[in-house]
Design a protein around this ligand. Structure first.
Ligand code: SIN
Length: 331
């Protein structure tokens, strides 16, 4: 695996030269931005905002083309494609980087962050910056974090306590931490691309999945899952990434303009995320398509107690100092 990625890093150098070549040939350089969600989600809206800002500020030199809904690449392929120069930017969920670094697994630890304010505080800290740089040796540059929100469990049967999930099959993103989390409740985790989740749920090939309100709403999971348990047990956030070779091929002044446009788009996207978490939850309630289960403290504590030992399992790979720092951001 390491060799495959190393080969990709070398190939990226050549691709970057080709991108620069396009600019020299006269036309604007196209920055392809690929993502897997709908356009009306926090990530979709952030990407479109970024496209508009670059269009306004670097018209004729750079243009951003956004490919939503896994149209160009699914999350399982996008980073390889980026190292090959076939796409220039993406914002995969933090859970989807484990082939490139084990450090980002911290964001998957169940019940680590009590709310999005704690997430924000940690991501803006020195440790958050350190994690942003954790992809560099693989030829990728972390440009910023983007929020979606906290995850809920959707299911074909009511989940009130962890024992209710025993023996059920849940789709997860490609993360060993998430696999361990579901094994802890004696369920079966299945790593599947986001683009397949609706069909897997609809055909009952799986019993449930975990996701944010905006993804559950925009991908219509609530139409094929009769129950949602409001657990807020984990985080779904993103890292906007590019390849080092592409990024360094952009001249310094333009790079600064592009980065500033991205920072502004992220601020915008984070506002959308906070609002959508509430609005999309309400739309699901109003649809009356499924029952939302709200846990009392005793029930929620059972989920915490069963899932939290997963932290210990990944402590060596992530680093205890990192976990402690993240935990402290709740205070
Ligand atoms: C995403 O929000 O980008 C996809 C999340 C998932 O794969 O569940």
């Amino acid at each position: 695996m390491f060799r495959t990625i190393t080969t990709l890093v070398a190939t990226a150098a050549l691709s970057a030269m080709l991108v620069t070549g396009t600019a020299l040939a006269g036309g604007p350089v196209t920055i392809k931005f690929s993502h897997v969600v709908a356009e009306n989600t926090p990530k979709g809206q952030m990407a479109n905002k970024f496209k508009d800002l670059v269009g306004e500020r670097l018209s004729g030199k750079y243009k951003v083309e956004v490919f939503p809904n896994s149209q160009l690449f699914g999350d399982n392929k996008v980073l390889e494609a980026m190292l090959l120069g076939d796409v220039h930017m993406a914002a995969p969920a933090l859970s989807k980087f484990s082939r490139y670094t084990k450090k980002l697994q911290i964001f998957d630890l169940p019940f680590l962050f009590k709310d999005m304010a704690a997430v924000e505080k940690f991501q803006n800290s020195d440790k958050g910056d350190e994690l942003l740089g954790s992809l560099e040796r693989m030829g990728l540059v972390g440009l910023g974090y983007l929020h979606n929100g906290l995850k809920q469990l959707t299911s074909s049967q009511p989940l009130v306590v962890p024992a209710d999930a025993k023996g059920l099959k849940f789709r997860i993103m490609s993360s060993n931490v998430l696999a361990a989390q579901f094994k802890a409740i004696k369920a079966t985790p299945l790593k599947k691309p986001f683009s397949e989740v609706f069909t897997l749920l609809q055909t009952r090939a799986i019993d449930g999945q975990e996701n944010t309100w905006s993804n559950i709403y925009s991908k219509k999971f609530f139409e094929v899952q009769p129950y949602i348990t409001e657990t807020n047990h984990g985080l779904l956030d993103y890292m906007v990434v590019t390849s080092k070779e592409f990024w360094m091929s952009v001249d310094t002044a333009d790079r600064e303009i592009i980065k500033k446009a991205l920072d502004e788009a992220i601020v915008f996207g984070n506002k959308v995320a906070a609002k959508k978490a509430m609005d999309d939850r309400q739309k699901i309630v109003d649809s009356k398509r499924c029952k939302i289960i709200i846990l009392n403290d005793a029930q929620r504590n059972q989920w915490v107690e069963v899932m939290k030992p997963v932290w210990q399992e990944f402590e060596k790979q992530i680093g205890k100092d990192m976990i402690d720092a993240a935990y402290k951001s709740n205070m």
